[in-house]
Design a protein around this ligand. Structure first.
Ligand code: G6Q
Length: 550
């Protein structure tokens, strides 16, 4: 199972030599040497236009990266995923988020069982339920129609639904309220239900395991809130539904499993927003739009599976990420959507990328001797321009950027004197990539009349890599395509680094320690503490602050 050591591969070493040879060459030189670069280093398919000409690569670097991918068996690993092999080796699971958007009639077998048929059975139940709620046929306990939906979940059971709701708000039912609760901080719950009428409020409890501390605490709070307001335990039947793989725990909580929407162990949490975990999305935008989103995912899945490496969008994005991470030593990636509706997209990608590829051992358990997953972060443009872009342009670190923009706005807003605010938005997107790549030399600064003392401060080094992704308009379909692009790019990076991109053991230790700490914080008498001196002191100080003893 374990691959040969990455850094010993001839393809890796060839890339190192090549990076050394071209590493400092400036994007100004690349573009001067090849005036068509901006039209040649472009890949367009499935409704997305990717301009990677401002990445610090040449055709040789791209060729070597593809050779590395071939040496790592990328085409075979892609097939293994699509065939339902247990490629999540540390959890011994298949990884089949692609089955969640496979069209009805397609067959993907896990242990001889066709999972696509199961997927469509759940999608149909979700659609029937969504129609009932949206039409007003589903009534609350007191006979009122549901106007508010509160989705409770955390991590993979929250970030996707929140992001998708925000992204597709323009397509959502504006006469309904959608809110999300994730944090165990009581404030999150309190604010989510603030001002809502319990008689009109439906809770969706989303938890794959149905054992997650935060989600169960919030679900219990929600049940107590509903029952107190509606005065009847039986209200739970009309105001709570569950999305889970764990029917026994759902029943134990008191939700009738007839009101449960299932999914499967082959769907990872952070890859689950297009499963029943997306029930809030379907309630918001309706089944038709939800299916359009799935079709967008599927179009990218097909592209990823069948396009040759040199024309494969996720493969290219993944390989460029490896190049920047390992050969240009860029430790982070900024995701900068110039689209307000994508404001939660960077947060969503943080989990997708960092929980997947933030690993330090190979699939076989050997420590890696190369950097793996970079840090992803970002904010929508143009807001970020007025805060952290300073570091992007003139800081000492290289931060590759992904700019994302659309040809058409969902909310055109004419500007006095001509044009639309959308033109202002996109002008900024395009200008930022240009400024990062080409900068402004000291000579240019001086030639513009800046005095000598200020010139260094006003100089922009440039040569800062970025990619630009454009699509015509943010639709449910385009959103699905865009998410699948990143999902598969993450997979490609994991294949190169020989890590299991689908487990997340790194989140366990903190959870486990918290159990002991909870007991110590809530103990009636001063507990006997046996942690390090810092942890002991923090526990004592918290207890004192809480109890007002300081
Ligand atoms: C995602 C992770 C994690 C998970 C949450 C919620 O890939 O596994 O973020 O989604 O811990 O888990 P449950 O859905 O089981 O409550």
């Amino acid at each position: 199972m374990s691959e040969p050591r990455l850094t010993r591969l001839p393809q890796w070493q060839a890339l190192q030599r090549h990076a050394y040879a071209i590493g400092q060459r400036h994007l100004r030189e690349w573009f001067a040497a090849d005036p068509q670069r901006g039209e040649r280093f472009v890949l367009e398919d499935v409704g997305l236009y990717l301009d990677y000409s401002k990445q610090r690569v040449d055709a040789d670097a791209l060729g070597l990266l593809r050779e590395l991918a071939t040496a790592r068996g990328l085409p075979q690993r892609i097939e293994a995923m699509f065939r339902g092999e247990r490629i999540n080796t540390t959890e011994h699971r298949a990884v089949l988020h692609v089955a969640l958007r496979a069209p009805a009639g397609e067959k993907i077998l896990v242990d001889g069982h066709d999972v696509v048929a199961d997927v469509h059975a759940v999608l149909d139940r979700m659609a029937a339920f969504a129609e009932q709620v949206r039409s007003g046929a589903w009534l609350g306990h007191g006979g009122k129609r549901i106007r508010n939906v509160v989705s409770i979940g955390i991590g993979g059971s929250d970030l996707g639904p929140v992001m998708a709701y925000e992204a597709l708000r323009a397509y959502s039912r504006r006469d309904m309220t959608f809110r999300f609760v994730s944090n165990v901080d009581g404030t999150d719950f309190a604010e989510a239900v603030h001002g809502l009428d319990a008689a009109e409020t439906l809770f969706i409890v989303c938890s794959k395991t149905f054992t997650t501390l935060e989600t169960l605490a919030n679900a219990h709070a929600a049940r107590a809130w509903s029952v107190a307001a509606l005065g009847d335990e039986r209200a739970v039947a009309k105001h709570f539904v569950a999305v889970s793989t764990n029917a026994a725990e759902v029943a134990k909580f008191g939700i009738d499993t007839a009101n449960m929407f299932g999914f499967w162990d082959w769907v990872g949490g952070r890859y689950s927003m297009d499963s029943a975990i997306g029930l809030s999305t379907m309630l918001a935008i309706g089944p038709e739009h939800f299916h359009a989103m799935l079709a967008g995912f599927h179009a990218m899945d097909e592209h990823f599976r069948h396009a040759p490496l040199e024309r494969n969008l996720p493969a290219l994005m993944g390989l460029l990420a490896v190049w920047n991470n390992n050969f240009l030593d860029a430790a982070s990636v900024a995701v900068l959507p110039y689209e307000q509706y994508l404001k939660r997209f960077p947060a969503y990608l943080q989990q997708l990328t960092m929980e997947s590829n933030g690993k330090r051992v190979t699939r076989g358990g050997a420590a890696v001797d190369y950097a793996t997953g970079p840090i992803y972060w970002g904010e929508p443009g143009t807001n970020g321009q007025h805060s952290f872009y300073q570091l992007l342009h003139q800081g000492t670190r290289i931060v590759p950027c992904d700019f994302i923009g659309f040809g058409q706005s969902l909310n055109p807003l004419p500007v006095q004197g001509g044009g639309d605010q959308h033109d202002l938005l996109l002008a900024n997107l395009i200008a930022q990539g240009e400024a990062l790549a080409f900068g402004k030399t000291a000579e240019e600064v001086r030639a513009a009349g800046t005095d000598a003392a200020l010139a260094p401060h006003r100089t922009f080094p440039g040569n800062r890599p970025s990619s630009t992704i454009l699509a015509q308009r943010l639709t449910p379909r385009v959103l699905g395509t865009l998410i699948a692009l990143y999902e598969h790019s993450v997979f490609v990076q994991g294949v190169i680094w020989d890590i299991d991109s689908f487990d997340q053991w790194g989140v366990e230790l903190g959870k486990q320690l918290a159990k002991t700490t909870i007991a110590e914080l809530t103990a009636k008498d001063e507990p006997k503490l046996a942690h390090d001196s810092s942890t002991n002191a923090l526990i004592r100080r918290y207890r004192a602050l809480r109890d007002g003893h300081t």
